[in-house]
Ligand binder design. Sequence first.
Ligand code: ATP
Length: 365
Amino acid sequence: MANVRIDRLHKEFRSHGGVVHALKELTLDIADGEFISLVGPSGCGKSTALRIIAGLETPTSGRILFGPRDITKLEPRDRNIAMVFQSYALYPHMSVRQNLEYGLRKRGVAREERDRKVATIGAMLQIESMFERKPRQLSGGQRQRVALGRALIRDPEVFLLDEPLSNLDAKLRVHMRAELAALHQKVQTTMVYVTHDQLEAMTLSDRIVVMNHGVMQQVGRPDEIYSRPANRFVAEFIGTPSMNMIEGELRIESGKPIFTGPGMAIALPQASLHMPAAKQATLGVRPEDIALVAPDTPGAIAARVTVSELTGAERYHFVTVGGGSVIIRTPASTVLHPGENVALGLHPDRLHLFGGAGEDAAALR
Ligand code: ATP
């Protein structure tokens, strides 16, 4: 087991079209036994980061250390890592048992020890009954478990997982997510997990790294990333439905910060005064932080319902406020009808203030 230090990692790809900066000065300390996820939109550099840690790609500059060892220049096989990909990459002509023990055989591990390890991993992942089957005789979830088993059996210092659940259907994905979490609890190996699925990252990780255009935007615990996004990109990327972003202006009235946007004037906590007043600003509000209130409530915002969607346990209501559109999230029992007039109240402690559109100011809190 090892802590992983990623030190000013930079990666440029040169092609006929020019230079792509896939990673820009990525620096990150991953604790021994930590489960850390790299998330971000397609092309943000998360797979490149993982492939460099694995040794499948050479960085343009920067270093990687496992504990005290600088492994930047080591071959993948000398790094003591195990990787699980989106495609399970099992050998189709080999049985489950043969797939599991292949790496051990190659390293000349004696038969007795191989058998012992295969039995342990088989029991851990509950695949013992499938040892003699070929991969094509397994379901997607079973195949993925074998792929995890094949990685685990090597007892790696660091586990690297690149979208390992993305080939599974939605239900199986949720199931395997829970299995993966339980597995990590059991083996306590450092895991670096790449996904574009923020829910996977939120539920599995000790910490999440949010990336965009090769640049780390924020690193933190899932609750920190959700409730205190460092900037507008993180605020919009994490959370479904996305945080509402309302464009307006910040000014000071009688010494108090006020945000004015279409159809609303919101008194903000004093903390937001660190932003220059009389400035273009964006107010971020999560859909669950907007309450339906009585119309005569002081500060209530007048809105009109356009569409209501039932998702099962919840409803998403799309409302117009002063010409703009906002999404509200409520329990399914809150029924609203298109055309209905409603009054909204914003939770003052859960507002996020960013710079105007195109800017990237810090959040309110
Ligand atoms: P996805 O979720 O789509 O896999 P990603 O966040 O994992 O995306 P990367 O695969 O790390 O993104 O790619 C980062 C950037 O580097 C992209 O702009 C990509 O086009 C570019 N890139 C990746 N590999 C190469 C390569 N071998 N040659 C040239 N450009 C590359």
